[in-house]
Design a protein around this ligand. Structure first.
Ligand code: SF4
Length: 80
């Protein structure tokens, strides 16, 4: 993965463009066969890669932290 300084001019637009491109590719490639969800607790909780790609909001702090606080969210009463 290419590192981009957050201080570089236009860095947010570049990352946003790259992220949008990756989300679009994932959304198109995933046919929601659910094979990966059988083995992955993260995907069982959050949905198929297509679901995640289609609903991911890069401006949402909750979405940004989703992979890092999986255990926290997993044990949270509102998410069980
Ligand atoms: S659900 Fe998982 S295994 Fe199935 S197509 Fe999507 S990414 Fe691939």
């Amino acid at each position: 993965m290419q590192k981009i300084s957050s201080n570089a001019p236009g860095a947010k637009q570049v990352v946003s463009h790259q992220l949008k491109s990756e989300l679009s590719i994932q959304s198109k490639k995933c046919i929601e066969c659910k094979l990966c969800r059988k083995e992955c607790k993260f995907l069982q909780k959050y949905g198929s890669p297509k679901d995640i790609a289609d609903t991911y909001d890069p401006t949402s702090p909750e979405h940004q932290m989703m992979p890092f606080f999986y255990k926290k969210y997993k044990s949270s009463p509102k998410n069980t």
